[in-house]
Design a protein around this ligand. Structure first.
Ligand code: GLV
Ligand code: MN
Ligand code: MN
Ligand code: MN
Length: 428
């Protein structure tokens, strides 16, 4: 009896795949780089247009929409017991330079479609269901990742730091936020903080950004933990000078110090002996940036992660020692070694893992439990809510580049699993 009720409900779930694909394609046109790449930077004109697009879709889905002071967007479907903490889902739509159109986007457009799926099926939520579009999961503009979700989790030091944070063009965070219509009459961002227990569950749908599901021919990844990310900025300063006239023994080349540190990061990562330790120097800038001028300043940004927090911290310590040693040896000044973030990993909640597993089973989809090596807003939502994630396969594991792709079938599966898991969690 209850089994046939479940199977009737499950077979009533239908995703409007073509509509969803059209939305993914349309959203990707709000970009500052040519297709197929996507570049959508926080509070830019394209970001504001994309936000409007999302709010419109939330409205069309019958959600009541609210935005906070930094532009986290919330669309709520009021449940039969609106006083209970809601179940939330969501992700981000900002895109790093020259990336693709699925990272984050699947977890926002797919979540709105999951709501539509449930509405079409006649489902009535007990707990309210809420779709969240998080502000700036990517660190592109202000250097800090998961800006919106960190604030939701109540990180006060970030709320304070943002008062004096500027971007690469020296535009302050608050001015940028205001230009996009946020943070209007306040400098105090603590209004964004949510209390622990504001949600009974948070579950994020995302492309895997790795190759495992595709290689193994598995439809769904149920995430059990998110690896621990850290990022560091480093500046070296030397005397610079003429590339022809200044002789080698007299030089203190800030660019070579940066090059040496980049190689040191790779060495320290490999020394961990674990395939799970990774490190990347994704930004390396030289000043003044002329072929015939010895770099007088260099700037590096280092990203390092591991599923083992201690091992990741060892990489950070060794990198710091190397920066000091290199500066001494090359007689340059280590003018900054700043740890921007050094986050612990997060564990998924057992009940949410079980809901995602049960949903996959009932939909006859193959699934496996796995770790997320990328970070997500879920890493911070886990601080205020039980958290879980659903992964879908993506082509060759590609992400953060234009070739990023997930098939319609995989997206449809992910949206169905999300819809069914939301329904279960809503009745909990
Ligand atoms: C998120 O985009 C990440 O870098 O993991
Ligand atoms: Mn990303
Ligand atoms: Mn993402
Ligand atoms: Mn991410």
């Amino acid at each position: 009896e209850s089994n046939s009720l479940i199977s009737d409900f499950v077979s009533s779930l239908s995703v409007e795949t073509q509509t969803l694909q059209n939305q993914i394609d349309e959203l990707s046109t709000f970009s500052d780089s040519p297709a197929p790449s996507v570049t959508r930077i926080l509070y830019s004109e394209k970001d504001v247009l994309a936000r409007r697009y999302i709010k419109n879709l939330m409205g069309l889905a019958g959600l009541s929409v609210r935005e906070d002071a930094v532009g986290n967007i919330f669309g709520r479907w009021i449940g039969d017991e609106p006083e209970l903490p809601p179940v939330a889902t969501g992700s981000h739509i900002d895109a790093i330079p020259y990336s693709g159109k699925y990272d984050g986007v699947i977890g926002v457009l797919g979540a709105i479609e999951a709501i539509n799926v449930l509405k079409r099926s006649g489902f009535k939520p007990k707990r309210s269901l809420e779709v969240i579009m998080f502000t700036s999961e990517e660190p592109t503009r202000f250097g800090i990742s998961c800006l919106g979700s960190r604030l939701l989790a109540g990180i006060e030091t970030l709320a304070n730091n943002l008062k004096s944070t500027v971007d690469g063009q020296n535009i302050s965070f608050l001015d940028a936020a205001r230009s996009a219509g946020y943070a209007n009459d306040q400098d105090d961002l603590s209004s964004v903080f949510l209390k622990k227990g504001s949600y009974s569950a948070f579950i994020e749908l995302h492309i895997e950004q790795g190759p495992i599901l595709e290689e193994e021919g598995i439809s769904i990844g149920v995430v059990t933990a998110i690896a621990a990310p850290a990022s560091i900025t480093v500046d070296f300063e030397g005397n610079g000078g003429h590339a022809g006239a200044a002789l080698m023994p007299t030089r203190n080349d800030a660019g070579l110090a940066a090059a040496e540190l980049a190689l040191a990061v790779e060495k320290h990562v490999l020394e961990s002996g674990s395939i799970d330790t990774v490190g990347t120097v994704g930004i390396l800038e030289l000043h003044p940036g002329a072929i015939n001028s010895i770099p007088s300043r260099s700037h590096l940004e280092i990203d390092t992660r591991d599923i083992d927090e201690k091992r990741r911290n060892t990489v950070i310590e060794k990198t710091h020692q190397s920066a000091t040693t290199i500066a001494n040896k090359r007689r340059v000044k280590l003018s900054e070694f700043k740890i921007i973030n050094q986050d612990p990993p997060a564990l998924s909640d057992k009940l949410i893992i079980e809901a995602a597993e049960a949903a996959s089973k009932e939909l006859n989809l193959t699934y496996k439990k796995m770790i997320s090596r990328a970070y997500h807003d879920s890493l911070f939502m886990a601080r205020i809510s039980p958290m879980g994630m659903i992964f879908i396969p993506c082509y060759k594991g590609y992400s953060h580049k234009p070739e990023e792709f997930s098939s319609r079938e995989d997206i449809t599966n992910g949206v169905k699993v999300l819809a069914l898991a939301l329904a279960k969690l809503s009745l909990n």
